[in-house]
Design a protein around this ligand. Sequence first.
Ligand SMILES: Cc1cc2nc3c(=O)[nH]c(=O)nc-3n(C[C@H](O)[C@H](O)[C@H](O)COP(=O)(O)O)c2cc1C
Length: 161
Amino acid sequence: MSHDSRAFRNALGHFATGVCVITAQGSDGEAVGVTVNSFASVSLDPPLVLWSLDRASDRFPVFMASDHFCVNVLDGRAQHLSHRLSRKGERSIADEPCAKGKTALPILQDALAHFECKVEARHDGGDHVIFVGRVLSFDFKEGGDPLLFYRGRYRSLSGES
Ligand SMILES: Cc1cc2nc3c(=O)[nH]c(=O)nc-3n(C[C@H](O)[C@H](O)[C@H](O)COP(=O)(O)O)c2cc1C
């Protein structure tokens, strides 16, 4: 990475975000997940959300082949899961407690909120692809404590985690 791209990443890291795991079901039935903080709401009517995925990710073929995905907003206690699903080769969520969504998508049971989506569009985003999803179903838990990410570190609403 060039000096400028390191600075660019550092600058981007000043935007505090939540952390999500995007899940999907591969055509072979493998339940996979990837840690992202690129999730954003797009539209209320119709209900649309977006996130972006690195073209170089080993999960890229699975998400490109899937018509659906689920956005799982992580709880502060899910730091270990977030870390694991951000590592190369660590994409399976087979051992995580999951429920099945309306479209058989794996939904992480401990998520603070989830949005089950049908892929509405995929847009070119440089070295990433931007996935826009139409929300088919969602749910959330009241009074949760979210996992946050700021300047390259996990945080909680009360400080560093
Ligand atoms: C907090 C956090 C947020 C991330 N956000 C994204 C993201 O929005 N898009 C993305 O493609 N990768 C993101 N990553 C990196 C991926 O999780 C990671 O590169 C990938 O899962 C590593 O394996 P792979 O490249 O082999 O798939 C993020 C990682 C962390 C720790």
